[in-house]
Design a protein around this ligand. Structure first.
Ligand SMILES: C[S@@+](CC[C@H](N)C(=O)[O-])C[C@H]1O[C@@H](n2cnc3c(N)ncnc32)[C@H](O)[C@@H]1O
Length: 475
C-alpha cells in the first residue's frame, strides 16, 4: 500500500513537520519531491494514511532523519563559484595585513558542506595563499551520508567537472571508479561534523569566535523564519570583524542579524562589526611606532562582569532581565540590550555600557560610566568600565590612570591588568605594558585548568591565557 495525495493542501501538516525539523520551504518543485518521497516511504513502511505517517515521523527520530535525508539536495562540485572562494581568502588576507606570519590560524566554517567539495576546495586554495597551512575548516551538514562521503574524500567525475586535466592531476589520484583527493594537508585541515543548522547551535566551543563562515546554496531551500534564526547563529559564531559569505542565489540576510553589509562585484559580504575597544586600540596603534603592529589587529574579546551586577541579578525580575540581556549581548544584539537595560541600568551597567560602546554611542556610555563611578566609587568594575570608554576614545593615558584605581581596589583583577597592559602598550610605555601583561599571566597561571576567569564572563583561563600570550609576544 502507498499513500496517494489527491489535494495539495492535504500536505500542509506534513510540510510544517518537515519545516520545523529542517527549516525547509516547499516550492512547487520541492512539493513534488515531497510527494514522491511520501509515496516511496509509505509503501516501505506499510502505511495507509497521511495521519498515520505523520504520527510515525513524530514518534521516530530515525524515520524523520531518513525521510528528510531523502528530500535533501547535495548538488556540489569542486571550485564551485570559485570567485567567491578567492574573495573570502583575499578578505582574510587583508585582515591579516596580507602577510600571514604563521602566528594566527584562520578558522572557517563551511555550513551545509554536502559531500565536502566546498571545504576541500577552500583548503586547496588556502594552501596556495599567504595562509599556507595556517587554517582550519569545519564542514557541517545535516546528512550523515554526506558527512561520511566527505570524510572518505573519494569523488566521481561529476564532482570534478569544473577542473581541467592539469588540476585533476595535481589534486587527485585516479582509481578504478573514483578520484581520491591526494593532498593530505588539505584533508587534515578539514574536520567534518554532522549538524542541523536549524537546531540550536551544535558546534562545540572549539568552533566559536570564527574568522569566516561560508554558507552557499543552502539557505535557498529555507523559509524566512529559519533563515533569520540561522543568520543569528552565524553572527554569534563569528568573532568581531569576522566575515560571512553566502551564494549568489541565496536570499539576502539583511535585517536578520546586526551584520555590516558590503555589496561587491562577487556578491554580498556580511561582516560582524568590530568591538569599539579594538577599533580604538588599532587607531592608537597606528599612531604609535611599535615593534610589531600586525598582531594587534586580532581582536581579543574582553567581557567584564561585576559583583554589583551579580547582586542586582539575584532579585527575581532583575535576574530574568539580566539573563535576557546577557543572551542578547552574547548574540551581538546590542541595540536590544540598550532598549532592555536603559530604563533600569542598575541591572547591569556593565552590559549596557559595553553595548553602547559597541554601537559607537560613546557619549551615553561616558555619562553612565562616570555616574557609576560617582555612585559606587569602591566598585573596581565601574572604574574599568570608565577606562573602556576612554580607550574607545583613544584616551589611553587617562584610561591607564583609571585602571590603576581599579587595581588599587582589587589587586587580583586579571582583566584590569590585561587592559592596563594594552593601554600602556598603545602609549608606548613598553615596560609597564610588559609588567601588566605578566601580572595578568601570573594570576591566570594560578587558576586551575579550565577555570572561568574571575570577573570575566565568556573566556576560559586557556583562551584568556592565549590572548595575554599574544600581546606578550608583540610588546
Ligand atoms: C546544494 S548543497 C550545497 C553544498 C555547498 N555548500 C555548495 O555550495 O556547493 C546543500 C546542502 O545543505 C544541506 N542542508 C540542508 N538542510 C540543512 C540543515 N538544516 N542543516 C545543515 N545542512 C543542511 C544539504 O544536506 C546539502 O548537502
Amino acid at each position: 500500500m502507498q499513500i496517494q495525495v489527491l489535494q495539495k493542501d492535504e500536505l500542509s501538516t506534513l510540510k510544517e513537520l518537515i519545516s520545523g525539523y529542517t527549516g525547509f520551504t516547499f516550492t512547487a518543485s520541492r512539493e513534488h519531491t515531497l510527494v514522491q518521497a511520501l509515496s516511496a516511504f509509505s509503501k516501505v513502511h506499510n502505511c495507509t494514511s497521511l495521519l498515520q505517517f505523520e504520527h510515525m515521523l513524530r514518534t521516530s527520530d530515525a524515520l524523520m532523519k531518513k525521510f528528510t535525508e531523502s528530500l535533501l539536495i547535495h548538488e556540489t562540485y569542486f571550485f564551485r563559484e570559485k570567485d567567491s572562494l578567492a574573495q573570502l581568502i583575499s578578505l582574510l588576507e587583508k585582515k591579516n595585513d596580507g602577510n600571514n606570519t604563521g602566528a594566527s590560524v584562520a578558522r572557517i566554517w563551511s555550513a551545509g558542506c554536502s559531500t565536502g567539495e566546498e571545504p576541500y576546495s577552500l583548503a586547496l586554495l588556502l594552501l596556495e595563499s599567504a595562509f599556507k597551512a595556517n587554517f582550519r575548516i569545519v564542514g557541517t551538514d545535516i546528512s550523515q551520508q554526506a558527512i561520511n562521503h566527505a570524510g572518505n574524500a573519494h569523488y566521481s567525475e561529476w564532482s570534478l567537472r569544473s577542473l581541467n586535466s592539469a588540476q585533476r592531476e595535481k589534486y587527485f589520484e585516479r582509481g578504478l571508479k573514483t578520484y581520491r583527493l591526494k593532498d593530505e594537508t588539505a584533508k587534515q585541515r578539514v574536520t567534518f561534523v554532522k549538524a542541523n543548522l536549524t537546531e540550536e547551535n551544535q558546534l562545540s566551543r572549539e568552533w566559536s569566535n570564527l574568522d569566516a563562515i561560508i554558507c552557499r546554496n543552502v539557505l535557498i531551500y529555507f523559509e524566512q523564519q529559519a533563515i533569520s534564526k540561522i543568520a543569528k547563529i552565524f553572527f554569534h559564531q563569528l568573532k568581531p570583524g569576522g566575515i560571512l559569505l553566502t551564494g549568489a542565489s541565496d536570499p539576502p540576510l539583511i535585517g536578520c542579524a546586526d551584520f555590516e553589509v558590503e555589496y561587491t562585484a562577487t556578491g554580498i559580504v556580511y561582516r560582524k562589526p568590530e568591538l569599539q575597544i579594538y577599533k580604538a586600540a588599532r587607531r592608537s596603534q597606528a599612531a604609535t611606532p611599535m615593534k610589531s603592529r600586525k598582531s594587534i589587529n586580532k581582536p581579543v574579546v574582553v567581557t567584564l562582569n561585576s559583583t554589583a551586577q551579580a547582586n542586582a541579578a539575584s532579585a527575581g525580575h532583575a535576574k530574568t532581565t539580566f539573563e535576557k540581556a546577557m543572551q542578547l549581548y552574547r548574540t551581538g544584539q546590542w541595540q536590544d540590550v540598550v532598549k532592555l537595560l536603559a530604563p533600569q541600568p542598575s541591572i547591569s551597567r556593565s552590559l549596557l555600557i559595553r553595548s553602547l560602546l559597541n554601537l559607537g554611542r560613546t557619549e551615553e556610555a561616558t555619562i553612565l560610566a562616570e555616574a557609576a563611578c560617582q555612585n559606587e566609587p569602591l566598585d573596581a568594575t565601574n572604574h574599568l568600565l570608565l577606562a573602556l570608554v576612554m580607550m574607545s576614545e583613544q584616551r589611553q593615558r587617562d584610561a591607564a590612570a583609571i585602571i590603576k584605581k581599579a587595581l588599587f581596589l582589587d589587586r587580583n583583577y586579571i582583566v584590569a591588568h590585561f587592559l592596563l597592559g594594552i593601554s600602556c602598550f598603545c602609549t608606548g610605555d613598553r615596560n609597564q605594558a610588559l609588567k601588566s601583561m605578566k601580572n595578568a599571566q601570573n594570576l591566570l597561571n594560578a587558576l586551575p585548568a579550565g577555570a572561568a576567569i574571575p570577573l570575566a564572563e565568556e573566556e576560559s583561563r586557556e583562551q584568556f591565557q592565549a590572548n595575554v600570550q599574544r600581546y606578550l609576544t608583540i610588546i
